[in-house]
Design a protein around this ligand. Structure first.
Ligand code: COA
Ligand code: MG
Length: 292
């Protein structure tokens, strides 16, 4: 399946008309209309129709793709959420509290049934799981080894996992992630790569700290994440920039690709006195947007 541009995915509470209106002008690659944790119980049902109407009326004008975060599959709300929001213009579902890749397959079957009813081409609504939010999920990350229908990316979360574990905090006293969460972060990278899709980093909660967000994004991109969740409009431009290659990176990647093209018989060569071989070429092609 094709790879979507997924640098920034901005969460918008689906029951909040003001935030929905504000999100229309955002440069986010994806808007995630949220029906789950940012919507109070009493407003869950009403939020479905607000989300569906937004998708129907805005999809054509928006440059961002529209995803909906439904409630978890093991709640009574999930099927009603899906029945309401699978309308033309929906690009994908963000699935919270996924227990294993089997949940993605199951959601896929639901979409198989709903797409034709909505007049949507079969198989086109994509799925991004939040893959580390339950204890079972952590033990089941090997289920992502291989292609999964409809998968568009994999993201992870630390807040619900710490609640599931019963941890007082997901941070050490020095403010760094506790080992379980650095493990979840790394497993997200492996799960995404195994399934052949981009890994999307979790949210940066302190939305007034632009410098901290930029630094966190740079570190995350070095590790292999291709984008990040945003919770506030001000985070989107910072995230887009951080997960885009710099001019210097593009130029260096171009040199690597050109060098191999000039010496098609060479398996390894040297650029500025540094050895360059197949993995560098693969990475260079990816940087230039030429890799599959
Ligand atoms: N999407 C769209 N617009 C948003 C927004 C969002 N996620 N967050 C804030 N805005 C809007 C506000 O409505 C406000 O618009 P206005 O100028 O028209 O009034 C403007 O951006 C500035 O907002 P600000 O006052 O800085 O923030 P806030 O205190 O209103 O909201 C949060 C802070 C965290 C509550 C809000 O950013 C939010 O709801 N984030 C998403 C939460 C979420 O979805 N969580 C689930 C995933 S973990
Ligand atoms: Mg949550």
């Amino acid at each position: 399946m094709s790879t979507m541009k997924l640098r920034s995915m901005l969460f918008v509470p689906a029951d909040n008309e003001r935030k929905l209106a504000k999100s229309v002008g955002s440069p986010a690659d994806v808007l995630i209309l949220d029906l789950e944790d940012s919507v109070a119980e009493a407003r869950k049902v009403g939020a479905r129709s607000t989300a569906a109407e937004f998708i129907t009326t805005q999809a054509a004008q928006l440059s961002a793709r529209l995803f909906v975060r439904i409630n978890p599959l093991d709640t009574a709300l999930a099927m009603g959420d899906l029945a309401a929001v699978v309308v033309p213009g929906l690009a994908g579902i963000l699935l919270p509290k996924t227990h294993s890749a089997a949940d993605i397959v199951r959601l896929g079957y639901c979409l198989d049934a709903l797409e034709p009813r909505a007049g949507i081409e079969g198989g086109t609504v994509r799925i991004i799981p939040v893959a580390t939010e339950t204890a079972q999920a952590m033990l089941n990350m090997q289920t992502f080894a291989g292609p999964i229908p409809r998968l568009a990316g994999v993201t992870w979360g630390a807040e619900d996992l710490s609640a599931a574990i019963g941890a007082v905090s997901n941070r050490e006293e020095d403010g760094n992630w506790s080992p379980l969460y650095t493990w979840a972060n790394s497993l997200c990278l492996c799960a995404a790569a195994s399934a052949g899709m981009p890994a999307i980093d979790t949210l940066y909660a302190d939305f007034r700290d632009a410098a901290g967000l930029a630094a966190a994004c740079r570190a995350s991109r070095r590790r292999g994440f291709r984008g990040r969740i945003a919770i506030h409009p001000d985070q989107v431009a910072i995230i887009n920039e951080a997960y885009s290659p710099s001019e210097a990176e593009l130029a260096h990647a171009r040199r690597i690709v050109d060098a191999f093209a000039a010496q098609p018989e060479a398996g390894t060569l040297s650029i500025d006195g540094v050895m360059v071989d197949k993995p560098h070429l693969t990475q260079a092609l990816r940087t230039l947007g030429l890799a599959g």
